[in-house]
Design a protein around this ligand. Structure first.
Ligand code: R1P
Ligand code: URA
Length: 292
């Protein structure tokens, strides 16, 4: 097997992968991702010990222990362009031998759980409640750069989405991937579940109007009214579909959890989003600690 060239997998003088500035021994196999770099310390303050801290650009990571469980919390910044970097580098850290630059024969499986914020698309999913995403539906195009096929259920859902929403093809070529069913089962009590739409922006791509007109003003209504069997769209944000799509292609188990900070139907914004995120962190850590 030919080594992966230096231009494709960039390893710095510390032997760490370029953007995350992490070496293979500095990463745990259970990884929590957050968007905001300042949220990393809000997670790791619940660790019993921290063995490693890294910070390069928007990628802050802390690795440590809760009891006997070793965890890494890493910030991704905003958007699936960053998710492309984070997921590929996390995978490289466990599945590529950095000394030979070749793919390891036996692959390592990561558990990756996002703890983020999100906007609700349903009246009955209020601000400060939590959503566990059954699927990530991407309007951001990331996965279309990789060879991918969905399961029959995923393809049927996506087909129904395209038919019902009639989004202009100039807007997006949607893609869809499911959560790890095993992880999702642990997040039923206290969590709404539903499809999360991942957008390539916060304003126009999420139907917000400040000074510019929208090319598809009916976007929010169409997302809110979509249904397919028991499935509906609960919320939108900017990372989930990229995590689910790339995570599945790379063979990892992924779950995205969101604290709702805006309800776009009720036109409400949370008065204390930080407290809701704090509760999501505590609730998630208590569940993750018990995972095998
Ligand atoms: C936008 O404000 C950001 O908030 C959400 C979106 O996905 C986007 O990253 O998540 P985080 O709070 O995790 O960053
Ligand atoms: N994050 C988003 O992407 N959208 C929202 O409305 C709130 C948080």
């Amino acid at each position: 097997m030919l080594p992966i060239p230096e231009s494709e997998l960039i390893i710095n003088s510390r032997g760490a992968v370029y953007h995350l500035d992490l070496r293979p021994d500095e990463l745990a196999t259970t990884v929590l991702t957050v968007g905001d770099p300042d949220r990393v310390a809000k997670v790791s303050r619940h660790f019993d010990s921290i063995e490693h801290r890294a910070h390069h650009r928007e990628f802050v990571s802390h690795t440590g222990y809760i009891g006997r469980k070793r965890l890494t919390v890493v910030s991704t910044g905003i958007g699936t362009d960053n998710i492309d970097i984070v997921l590929n580098e996390l995978d490289a850290l466990v599945n590529i031998d950095f000394s030979t630059r070749t793919i390891k024969k036996d692959s390592t499986h990561l558990t990756i759980i996002r703890m983020g914020t999100s906007g609700s698309l349903q009246k009955d999913i209020p601000v400060e409640s939590f959503v566990a995403s059954t699927h990530g539906l991407g309007l951001d195009n990331l996965l279309n750069f990789y060879r991918h096929d969905g399961t029959q259920e995923e393809n049927d859902l996506l087909h129904s989405f395209s038919t019902q929403t009639q989004l202009h093809p100039r807007l997006a070529q949607p893609y869809l991937s499911g959560a790890s069913p095993t992880l999702l089962r642990h997040f039923t009590t206290g969590f709404h579940q539903g499809i999360t739409v991942t957008c390539p922006g916060f304003y126009g791509p999420q139907g917000r109007v400040l000074r510019l007109g929208l090319s598809q003003p009916e976007l929010i209504d169409r997302l809110t009214s979509f249904s397919y069997g028991p499935h509906r769209i609960t919320n939108f944000e900017m990372e989930t579909a990229g995590i689910y799509g790339l995570g599945k292609l790379l063979g990892h188990s992924c779950l995205s959890l969101s604290a709702i900070v805006a309800n776009r139907i009720q036109k409400e914004f949370s008065k204390d989003g930080d407290a809701a995120v704090g509760r999501l962190i505590r609730e998630t850590l208590s569940i993750v600690e018990g995972l095998q």
